[in-house]
Design a protein around this ligand. Structure first.
Ligand SMILES: Cc1cc2nc3c(=O)[nH]c(=O)nc-3n(C[C@H](O)[C@H](O)[C@H](O)COP(=O)(O)O)c2cc1C
Length: 212
């Protein structure tokens, strides 16, 4: 049995390629390990309030001094952190929006990147505290970034890899859909390749878990 945390974030809702391919990943993981539990976080339908003064103030003050709003926001952040720790596999679907991730996904990261919980600074610098997770990252992009002149302008995958790694999640399989803005033929080709890669990533993660 696998505990899966499934995070979707595309503002394109039902039209989202990343969400659809990620759904396939989750289905394959469930098929490989019957009885698996899936916790879904649809950040597009249920966006989190942006990180602001109220929550930030709560992170850096004593719980005794918190307002009711601060208590609610900290409880929400704690719940999201708990979901991450409870998961064996985290499947994240990310659209590329203005060269990076959707703001809803950024906010989720703002809620789970918690000093003392998901990372800490020790004598040797920062250390991620979320260990032993498998992450499958499904990304969708209008342009081509895997090669060519736009490669250096991919602020989506490098950022996600870095922040996840910062919290200790270094085992990341990427399933990429790209070039969907280059016409239906290019989109179809990329989606077909992503479908194969989605199956492969789910199989690899399942086998790695079974071997552990
Ligand atoms: C508001 C908006 C901004 C976008 N910005 C970019 C971009 O900066 N670079 C790019 O390659 N594609 C961009 N796209 C295209 C999306 O990355 C593409 O539609 C992709 O399929 C989105 O993922 P999704 O299918 O999961 O929604 C943008 C799309 C939208 C709607």
């Amino acid at each position: 049995m696998t505990n899966i945390l499934f995070v979707t974030s595309s503002p394109r809702g039902a039209a989202s390629h990343s969400s659809r391919v990620a759904e396939q990943v989750v289905e394959r993981l469930q098929a490989a390990a019957p009885g698996s539990m899936v916790v879904r976080r649809d950040l597009n339908r249920e966006p989190l309030p942006h990180l602001g003064e109220t929550l930030l103030g709560a992170f850096f003050s004593s719980p005794d001094a918190h307002s009711e709003e601060q208590r609610d926001l900290v409880a929400l952040s704690d719940k999201l952190v708990d979901e991450v720790f409870a998961a064996d596999v985290i499947v994240i679907a990310a659209a590329m929006i203005n060269f990076t991730i959707p703001s809803t996904l950024k906010t989720w990261l703002d809620y789970i990147a918690r000093s003392g919980k998901t990372f800490h600074y020790g004598e040797k610098g920062p250390e991620g505290l979320v260990k032993g997770k498998h992450v499958i990252l499904v990304e969708a992009k209008g342009g081509i970034y895997s090669e060519g002149p736009m490669k250096i302008h991919d602020y989506q995958q490098p950022y996600l890899r870095f922040i996840l790694g910062f919290m200790g999640m270094t085992d990341v399989e990427v399933v990429g859909v790209e070039g969907v803005a280059f016409g239906p033929e290019a989109a179809e080709k990329s989606l077909a390749a992503a479908g194969i890669r989605a199956d492969e990533a789910a199989r690899m993660v399942h086998e790695a878990r079974a071997a552990a």
